[in-house]
Design a binder for this molecule. Structure first.
Ligand code: TPP
Ligand code: MG
Length: 135
């Protein structure tokens, strides 16, 4: 998956990262080349900034490839921002790292030796036809 992601990145890609286990994934496995950029909240840990960052980045950099890498929990929070992208004709790409859970929270619970509760997300399916029509 990481290789697929990397090979789809253009030489000046601007990738915008959500907060969560997906942040660790990107920090550990996504190697960027010179000219490519990754934007994240890092230790501020705001949830779900990937898509809004990508919208702002695409507005500021019209000719550049902009990719949002988001968690399924983060995407569930701010997916309505897709309408902002569509309204402004912004060709942002959204990659949803789907694990049907708030994984970062679950890791935190387990690290603290506590039972992990309320971290599962309902299994949602987005119809490809709806996706293609709207974006
Ligand atoms: C507004 C806000 N609510 C809750 C949190 C705590 N929090 C940090 S990451 C996370 C889970 C994110 O889930 P998801 O987007 O699915 O990413 P995953 O960890 O599964 O990769 C939560 C609840 C936060 N940082 N900010
Ligand atoms: Mg998740």
């Amino acid at each position: 998956m990481v290789n697929d992601l990397r090979s789809s990145f253009e030489c000046r890609v601007l990738a915008c990262q959500d907060c969560g286990a997906n942040t660790h994934f990107a920090a550990r496995f996504l190697t960027l080349r010179r000219g490519q950029q990754l934007v994240a909240t890092c230790m501020l840990a705001t949830m779900a900034p990937g898509l809004p960052y990508a919208i702002a980045a695409q507005l500021a950099n019209p000719g550049r490839q902009v990719v949002a890498i988001v968690g399924d929990g983060g995407f569930a929070m701010l997916m309505s921002e897709l309408s902002t992208a569509v309204k402004n004709h912004l060709p942002v790409k959204v990659i949803v790292i789907r694990n049907d859970m708030l994984a970062e929270l679950s890791h935190g619970h387990r690290g603290a030796g506590r039972p992990s509760r309320h971290v599962r997300l309902p299994r949602a399916r987005v119809s490809q036809r709806v996706w293609k029509k709207s974006v």
